[in-house]
Structures are given as C-alpha cells and as structure tokens.
Design a protein around this ligand. Sequence first.
Ligand code: SF4
Length: 645
Amino acid sequence: MLTPEQIETRLERILSSVQKPARYVGGEVNSVVKDWDSVSTRVALIFPDIYDIGVSNVGLKILYDQINQRHDALAERAYSVWTDMEAKMREQGIPLYALESKRPLGGFDILGFSLPYETLYTNTLNILDLAGIPLRSADRDETQPLVIAGGHACTNPEPMHAFIDAFVIGEGEEVIHEIIDAVQARQSQSATRADLLLALAKIPGVYVPRFYKTHYMDDGTVSHMETLADNLPATIVKRIVGKLPPPPTKFIVPNIEVVHNRASVEIMRGCTRGCRFCQAGMITRPVRERSVDDIVEAAAQAIRSSGFEELALLSLSSSDFTYVVELVNKISEKFKGQKLTISLPSLRIESVSIDLMDKLREHYSGGFTLAPEAASERMRRTINKFIPDEDILNTTREIYRRGWTTIKLYFMIGHPSETIEDVQAIVNLCKRVIAEGRKAAGMKVKLNVGVGTLVPKPQTPFQWVSVDTRESILAKQQLLKDGLRDRSLKLSWTRPDDTLLEAWLARGDRRTAEVIHAAWKRGAKFDAWEESRKHEIWMSAFAECGLDPAFYTHRTRRTDEIFAWDHIATAVRKNFLFQDFRQSLEGKIRVDCRQNCYACGILPTFSNLRREHPGGGWKCPDVKSPAKVSHPLSVIRGQIPVSGD
Ligand code: SF4
C-alpha cells in the first residue's frame, strides 16, 4: 500500500493538469488532522460525489465532529474525484485517499458512506474500485476495511446490499460510537471479520445483509425474508437520538467555491405535516427541536470559527419551529450590523413566513421559494399538503408587494389519481400568481416554476403507487411548456428518464444490485448529474440481468404485498401508511399531528427514549393508544389504482 508521502509525490505530478486541483489537497481551516498512530480506530467518511457538493453535507459534518471528539479514533474525509482526475490517478496508480492524511482508503478500519439519495450508488462502486477495495462485501477478506453506509436512501438498502457490509438505519450520532467500539473489541480479541459483522448485526438499528435472505413468489414479489443467524431481529428498527446532541460548530472552510459556502445549524429534526409523497417527513419522525439559546450560541460559534458570511437555519419545515419568531429576533439581534446572510430554507406558505422574512430582511438576499407541490385544491388534499388557493395568492402577492422580485414555486406531476385538469391547474395558478404580482409590484416580477415528477418512495403512504408512464409525463410536460410561455416565467422540469432511474434505484430489491453493478461496469457514474446520466446504459444493464424495469415502476401493487424494504422499520407502522394512502384516494386530509396524534407508531416504539430525555424538544403529544385502523392490510385484497385511474 502506498504511503502518504508516495501519494503526495505522485499527486504533484498531476494536480496542475486537472480541473480545480484544490478539491484534492485538503488542509482546510477547521479540518482535523490527528496523529495516525495515536488512535486505535481510523474512519474515512465518504460522500460519493465531488468535493464541491460533499463538503457541505450536514450528515457527514455531524459524524466527523462526533468521531474526532473521541481520543481513540479519528475521522477523515474523501469524495468522488472528477473524471479528469480519475483518469490521471488510474494512470499514475494512485488509489483514492483521504484528504487529511493522504492515506489510501484501504488503510482505514471503517469506510462510512453517506447515501442521502439513490443516484449516488454507481459513484459508491467507483470509489471502492478506485480505492482498490473489492466491490462485493462477500469478496472482502480480513485485511479489508469495514464498509458501512447511512442516509435516507438506506431505508431501502436492498439495491446496495451486495456492496455494503452494514447499514445504519436512522440517525448515526450514537450508533457510530457503538460500531467503533465493536471494531475495537474485534481488534482486542483478534476476532474474525465474520464475528465482527455478527456483532454489528446485534446493534439496534444496524442491518447486515449477509445474515438475511430474500425469498420471492413466482410473480417476482417478495414472499418472505429469512434470517440466517440466531438472535437477530427479523425487523431492523431505525435508531434515533432522544435529544439532538450539540451541533457541530467548527465548519470546514472549503478551498474552493462550493455548493453551500455557509455555516448551518439544524434547528429541529423531523416534520409532522404528513405530506404523503415526502420520504424525509415520514422517516425522520418524531420532531425534536433545539432550544433557541442553543441555536443562537451554536450559530455564533460557527460563524466565529469559520468566517462564513452566510448562516443557514436548517430543518424540513422551519416555519413550524415552535419559537421561530423568537429565534429570528434573537439571531437578528446577535448579528446586528454584521455582514451575514441568514437563510431559512423550506418555509411553509402560511403568511407567517413573510413576517419572518421581513424580520430577516437586513440579512436576507435570496429569492423566495415555496412548494405547493400541486396546483388544484383536490390534488393538495390527495398529497395532504392542503392550502387554499387564496392563501397561495395572498402569500405570493405579499412577497412581491414587500419588494422581492423573484419567487420560485415547486410542483410535482404524477401524483395518484391525477387528471389532466390537475396539471392544467399548474398553468392557471402560475398565471394568477404573476398577474397578482404585477398588480402589486409592476412588470418586474418574476416566477420560476420547478416541476418534478413523483417518485413513490419506500416508507411513505405512496409506496403502493406506480410511477407515471413516460408518455403521460411527456404529455403533461408539453402542456406545461405550452401553457407557461411568458417572459416573466421560467419553467424547469425533470426528464422522464431521470425520474425512472431514481425510481428503479429507490424501489428496487436485491436483484437490482446486479443491475447497478452491470451499469457501473458499462460506465455509469455521476448519475446525480443530468449531463452524466445515460439511460441506455441502465436499459442494457436491466437486459443483461434479465430484469424488467417496469416491474419496479409500472406494475400495480397488491394491497397486502410484501415490499423489498419491509424488514426495515422507520417505526411508522405500515398499516398507518396504508390507511393514509387510502385516505389520500378519498381526498381526506390529516392536519399536522402536533395538533392531533394519529398513532403512527413512533410513540410506542420510542416512549422509553422520550421518557429518558424530558428536555429533548419532542413534539409528539402524550402517548395515546393506537387508533383503530379502519383498513387492515390483510383484509383488503385488490389492485392499487395508478395515476389518472
Ligand atoms: S406519534 Fe403521533 S404525534 Fe408523533 S409523529 Fe406519530 S402521529 Fe405524529
């Protein structure tokens, strides 16, 4: 294995010939370089995309901070290298290395991948290959690092089961320490890799695929999951922290301009609005809020330690933070007169957002982004994001009237039971927003409209739904293009092939792993980049594996079907999700469960944890017995309607 010095020497030969060489050198302010021999466990945290994107990933920042606080372990970082650098590295025989010490990834004890979304899968294989580590978990011997992964996409880990030794389901702040302790126990007992993996499989929230076997029905759906070792859980329940630990405040200051050149503080975790398409909202429950003072103090430390001129107050739905007005006031006070932009992403359309923004006006430069996600009131009921049209018009009019010239509105097509009228409603609503804007603020107003296509994600009420067909998506997008021709309107949309790729990877099963491997072998990588995605590669990979991609996206689902991810539990009961899905078809809405608990399953699962953390900022009301489920899965046999049925 090459030494850091040998890698440095070879790097000097090639860095001047690649784009943005500063991506590959490390040495940033606030990066932690520990003495390699002073610790017993070395962890490489990896974001499988380029430095410009990965360096801003909050999940890895939290783990980097957590691990480097230990005296017996160190954490370093690695990212995908861009294609020009990869070619040079392969040419020069340089394995992928960590930025802090320039040590090859093969020399670490643990490689920890962050997988927030599925289109990072081929890059993960490419990283393992460039690091000289066998792609398949089964091919790794005693000398190879342990390869683990975590992130939202892992709530269906099956497509990547062959390549990852162990998955962390849920939140990693505590589990990562238990994993490091298990690795150290193995080192001290000189136990085998298999012993280590079995020990990991007994840690709550850790899923080790090699100890499970999927059995299929003749129709290709899952019949059951067999456990291949004793005393292992049949269902892996996600881990959460009872109280959010102190947030990282030492932000690495990147060497180059990156996606988010800013400090950030997570003000709360989870969301209880219950939008039926939203995987993040379903899998990050319960809501736990930080205190206003903790947030303000962390923000001050983060800005002090980094010198960033932007601060983001992060959550899935910031205007739902209980003390949001007090927080904004205190933050404004704290940074009065300082050159600092404060962003409060993901605001709800309710008017409170504008008051907030006015308060932040001194520190807020960006446009205004709102996500109605559907334009007809009927469809907003179906997706459970009910806001009357008038509220949307009042809010956008007020935003323009208060001087913001650009608003971004996000919509989605392909929702269940969607009609062409629902799509036409997007055109009508946007035209009304612009017309009202012009009345309120003149002709200078602009509206950017982003239209995605629903990917019915695992662990959501829409997991029973099929993806809209390619032809239907194209027809709907053409309707939008024709309808939204206006110089003040800018329309962007997701290509149907990109939607399909995301859906195949999100809704796949263990057989999809072979498709991912075949696609990678055929050159697929950087699938998260529009210009790099090659649909034909994926189609030929499916053909090579004898699999029909439509099985994962365009096949109607049985109500009592076992999904490939059913052995992974986010503590939101499947029955609850099904009941919620049925309600969506009946146009029934559920209000924010802060006001009315629907017994989704979180409380019975984590009530002890809640009791152990009285100050954890939980937003679930007191424990209530689970509501009588009106549509038990096992009773209803039949077909699930697809979009437009
Ligand atoms: S337990 Fe109740 S309040 Fe808590 S997330 Fe579930 S439905 Fe909402």
